[in-house]
Design a protein around this ligand. Structure first.
Ligand SMILES: [Zn+2]
Length: 110
């Protein structure tokens, strides 16, 4: 199976050949480019890590939601401090995740 990428929108398709318009942007089949073996390998090898990074981002947003609620309840200073710390760290991790994803995209690992 070959891996093709739409040169208009970057949508990728695994197929023997491209016979239909791009599912994402509607570009003609001729807009697709077959990835080299090395390019395809980068995409496949990074797939699980990219999924994990997106899951980590999602968990950070869950932590932020929990932290906001904890700060709002404001039970006592120690609790508020912990929820504030959690919020700060979750945003830091989220930014690290986003930077790593951007690096992956820049290196063709997406
Ligand atoms: Zn497209």
């Amino acid at each position: 199976m070959k891996l093709f990428k739409c040169t208009v929108c970057n949508y990728m398709v695994e197929a023997e050949s491209i016979d239909e318009a791009c599912l994402k942007c509607g570009a003609a089949p001729s807009a697709f480019r077959e990835l080299t073996e090395e390019e395809a390998e980068k995409v496949y090898n990074s797939e699980r890590t990219n999924d994990l990074l997106m899951e980590l981002d999602k968990l950070c947003m869950k932590l932020v939601d929990i932290a906001y609620e904890g700060v709002d309840i404001n039970l006592d200073p120690a609790c508020k401090k912990l929820f504030t710390y959690t919020n700060d760290k979750a945003w830091e991790i989220k930014q690290l995740v986003k930077a790593e994803i951007e690096n992956h995209i820049g290196k063709g690992k997406w």
